[in-house]
Design a protein around this ligand. Structure first.
Ligand code: EPZ
Length: 424
């Protein structure tokens, strides 16, 4: 079983060289879900071959799609023509939170979806109430059972409506935007998430016959169409990998160049790192981390895009254990995304948890290698970084969580000079 694999990491290696950022997990998962909206073949380039996208491909295959994968070319071809119904059942759905993204398109296409509850990582209760409220507003009915639920229509099509999100939700925005593409009439989504992956998805759908305006702003207007075609989609570089590698270079006090990235997509991350005193060269599609003075501690609050990304809070919290001073890390989005700091404290960090949303970090503190278990993918990669700067050897268990979002992470970091051994 993959989840019994471990990483053994020898700390203290200086890094040098270049690392290429992969296609964004949180873009690839959504374009895969959108293939259900059409019968035509889609070619996806710069595809990240990670566990989460493999699970989504397996789900599409189970639904009846034909999949062709070419890892060397970083390309996947999906032929969704074989999908004949909306039965989303079983362990695959429970393992992948993003499976909820399939419900809307399947509902729009077949008028009925049967689904077990979607799963995901441990960072917080992952509700789907906003999705279901949206489908109901557009005319769907919902029946519950102990294992899952059925969403269905008593009429031929969903109807466009104005939907005001009570909370900003990334996948909620994407799910309802995609669903509205095939609804009758106009849908207006308000209080939307503004992540770059959302605009990238909307641009692709518009290129293939959809009529979406405002993606990337708080208000998105979708005029329903009868059908859309499919084409080629290029996955945008992963801004979370980019930010993670910058913080890795800084934590390892090394000089590395991060290539194939879009610095603009980092939002508030770069201004914060500037306040920390990080010595960075920002290019058009690369970022160079250079050696500099010890970082200053700077407090942050996570916020929806373009604020400080919650997915970069864990590596930043680790980085603050190496910075001079005291910082307050306020994780405003998820209630379970700071508990990994207990494990950093076993290595020697000085992090005090004030409540599930706030920790106070005092630095700098030396870290000593320990055995850790990754609870979710962003805490998992943070433990890898901790092992890379700790004295001695660190073992990380349950690395399936890390492989969910980072392709060949040991191979890529070892090529920079890290010392990570994957124990099967
Ligand atoms: C997306 O998750 C990302 N996942 C997450 O990345 C990311 O951390 C998160 O957005 C925030 O940026 C994907 O894109 C696949 P939300 P998502 O819906 O959409 C509440 C990673 O590490 N909410 O924006 O599931 C929810 O509880 C992952 O790659 C409801 O209350 O997050 C949370 O408090 C982790 N009801 C808030 O909204 C709903 O129906 C934001 O969650 C839906 C969400």
């Amino acid at each position: 079983m993959k989840s019994e694999q471990k990483f053994k990491i020898k700390g203290g290696q200086e890094l040098k060289g270049e690392i290429r950022v992969n296609g964004a997990k949180n873009s690839a998962l959504k374009i895969l879900a959108s293939t259900v909206l059409t019968d035509q073949e889609i070619i996806i380039k710069n595809f990240p071959f990670i566990e989460d996208t493999q699970r989504m491909l397996e789900l599409l295959e189970k639904l009846g799609a034909k999949i062709k994968q070419n890892k060397e070319k970083k390309e996947v071809i999906v032929s969704p023509g074989g999908i004949k119904n909306g039965r989303l059942k079983g362990e695959l759905v429970e393992r992948l939170r993003a499976s909820i993204l399939l419900v809307g398109p399947l509902l729009a296409k077949f008028g009925e979806v049967n689904m077990t509850y979607p799963g995901g990582c441990l960072i917080g209760k992952r509700p789907i109430d906003i999705f279901l409220d949206g489908f109901k507003k557009m005319g769907a009915k919902i029946e519950w059972s102990d294992k899952g639920f059925k969403v269905f229509l008593n009429k031929s099509k969903l109807t466009g409506e104005t939907i005001f999100f009570p909370k900003i939700t990334v996948t909620g925005t994407e799910a309802l935007m995609m669903t509205a593409v095939l609804a009758e009439g106009k849908t207006v989504l308000k209080n939307c998430a503004m992540e770059p992956e959302i605009k990238s998805l909307a641009d692709y759908l518009n290129k293939n016959g959809a009529d979406i305006n405002g993606a990337g702003t708080p208000t998105i207007t979708i005029k329903g169409v009868d059908k859309i075609s499919a084409g080629t989609f290029e996955v945008i570089p992963d801004r979370i990998e980019t930010g993670t590698f910058i913080m890795m270079g800084l934590a390892c006090k090394s000089e590395i160049t991060i290539t194939n990235c879009i610095p603009d997509h980092l939002g508030a991350i770069l201004p914060v790192l500037k306040k920390n005193g990080a010595n960075l060269e920002i290019g058009k599609d690369f970022i160079r981390v250079k050696k500099g003075k010890m970082l200053r501690a700077v407090s942050v609050s996570t916020h929806e895009y373009p604020g400080f990304a919650t997915d970069l809070q864990p590596p930043y919290t680790l980085l603050m254990t190496q910075a001079n001073g005291v910082s307050l890390i306020h994780e405003t989005i998820f209630e379970g995304r700071l508990f990994f700091t207990d494990q950093l404290n076993t290595m020697g960090s000085a992090i005090v948890m004030c409540d599930p949303h706030r920790v106070v970090v005092s630095g700098p503190t030396g870290l000593y290698g320990k055995t850790l278990t990754s609870p979710d993918l962003r805490a998992g990669i943070t433990m890898v970084l901790a092992g890379m700067i700790a004295f001695g050897e660190t073992t990380i268990e349950n690395i399936y969580q890390i492989d969910r979002g980072y392709e060949d992470i040991d191979g890529r970091l070892n090529s920079l000079g890290a010392s990570i051994e994957r124990i099967k």
